[in-house]
Design a protein around this ligand. Structure first.
Ligand SMILES: [Zn+2]
Length: 378
């Protein structure tokens, strides 16, 4: 497999159409015309990860954080990013990032945390804007089923936890093949009446190109009559941050212990004001945003969460939320390191003949004093 094919596959698994406007997901650097040797997954591209990838026979690095997040104006050696780019290119490696698109996927950064805590009724805190499209296509009766199958195969017809959703209604279509046409049925300059199905399906915006391609390949007509319509409604499972219900109500100290057990880092939090209006004796609903998400706390509050966990919380955030909800800060890396295993799990089935390895290099640039082992007690 060429790296270009691997990148194409990754673009399907982590659609760039889901990323935030400011982001730079996808291919970061490297020749894509080389043969793929192996894939290594991590949080950040580091010299340690590059060295490890070389030792373990991997030439494609897939990370959560993009190496080229801030645009470069030159390629010298001053900055960490410039030096890493040189090392990657000298070693013939390719780097790829799945960042805010992975944040926005229901099984991405926050989905992993939600799985760890067994959360129910999950919704994004800040859903993606207008993520859905509708495809309407007219197809002769006898080809409706094969077209439907091709569209499902290309990823159309998914509604939350439901797949293969479509609607069809029968009617009569007309057309007249004009000069230059090569019609599937009918003859030149004669109006044709055909029993057709009007087939309707929803699809995510980022799948449009692929679904339309599949539709054209599977449709018998030379000129396919179809419409793509942008929908206004949100799909609450796609977006930044997450809110959900705990499987069982927990006392706040039990909840903090659960966070600590999952993330393994010290937590900073606002005052625990027992049994205030916003703070029930037991917590039932929590919100969180892996990585940096402190500004989203009003959305957590509006979604009915009693607790909001994220990283990179500033002094003013703590002040602002004091009477609103319990704000908990964990480390940036600690909230995202769990997704590395998920990236590997998403990719591996599509690279069955290639190794997809998790990096063993340290992925956390932040350390604590006392160290984690000392605070852990084991
Ligand atoms: Zn991050």
């Amino acid at each position: 497999m060429l790296i270009a094919e691997a990148v194409h596959l990754l673009d399907r698994l982590f659609p760039k159409g889901m990323q935030q406007a400011y982001d730079a997901c996808g291919l970061q650097c490297g020749r894509t015309s080389r043969e793929l040797q192996g894939v290594m997954v991590g949080l950040d591209v580091t010299e340690g990860m590059i060295h490890e990838a070389e030792q373990r026979g991997c030439n494609l690095l897939v990370t959560h954080h993009p190496l080229l997040f801030h645009p470069l104006r030159k390629l010298g050696e001053e900055s960490r990013v410039e030096r890493l780019l040189h090392t990657l290119l000298e070693k013939g490696m390719t780097a790829y990032a799945a960042h805010t698109n992975l944040d926005a996927m229901p099984n991405g950064v926050n989905g992993v945390l939600a799985d760890a805590w067994g959360l129910l009724n999950r919704q994004a805190l800040e859903p993606l804007k207008a993520p859905l499209m509708q495809l309407v296509v007219y197809v002769p009766l006898e080809h409706a089923e094969s077209l439907r199958n091709a569209l499902f195969e290309a990823g159309a017809g998914v509604l939350g936890n439901y797949g293969e959703a479509s609607f069809g209604v029968q009617g009569t279509g007309t057309f007249k093949p004009l000069e230059g046409a090569n019609p599937h049925l009918g003859s030149l300059n004669t109006r044709e009446l055909v029993e057709e199905i009007r087939l309707e399906l929803v699809l995510e915006r980022w799948k449009t190109h692929e679904v339309v391609d599949a539709m054209k390949r599977a449709h018998p007509y030379e000129e396919v009559a179809y419409q793509i319509i942008a929908l206004e409604q949100i799909a609450p499972y796609y977006g930044i941050g997450m809110v959900g219900d705990l499987p069982e109500p927990l006392h706040v100290h039990e909840l903090l212990a659960l966070f600590y057990k999952t993330l393994g880092c010290p937590l900073r939090h606002t005052n625990i004001v027992a049994e205030s209006t916003f703070f029930p004796p037991k917590i039932t609903r929590i919100a969180f945003c892996g990585g940096s998400g402190a500004d989203l706390w009003p959305k957590a509050k509006a979604a009915g969460a009693q607790v909001y966990l994220t990283s990179e919380v500033k002094h003013h955030h703590f002040l602002d939320v004091m009477d609103q909800l319990l704000l908990v800060e964990a480390g940036h890396s600690e909230t995202e390191i769990p997704v590395i295993e998920r990236i590997q799990a998403i990719i591996q089935p599509f690279f069955s003949t290639f190794a997809v390895l998790q990096t063993r290099s340290s992925q956390n640039p932040t350390q604590y004093f006392p160290s984690r082992n000392e605070t852990h007690g084991s």
